[in-house]
Design a protein around this ligand. Structure first.
Ligand SMILES: [Zn+2]
Length: 57
């Protein structure tokens, strides 16, 4: 399983996601970023930052 804690990229956010693969992480993080943080576009830099903080669990 893969795990991503949003707080690793957005300090203070308590949301965390655990999915079978990296693709699943993005499928949850993108709508979360839009709803919780007003991020309407996932830039390559943001995607890289998220990817850098995805951990194997
Ligand atoms: Zn968040």
């Amino acid at each position: 399983m893969k795990r991503f804690a949003c707080g690793d990229v957005v300090p203070g956010c308590g949301a965390a996601f655990t999915t079978p693969d990296e693709e699943g992480i993005f499928a949850q993080v993108v709508p979360h970023g839009a709803a919780a943080h007003g991020i309407d576009q996932v830039t390559p830099e943001l995607a890289a930052a998220v990817r850098a903080h995805i951990h194997q669990v």
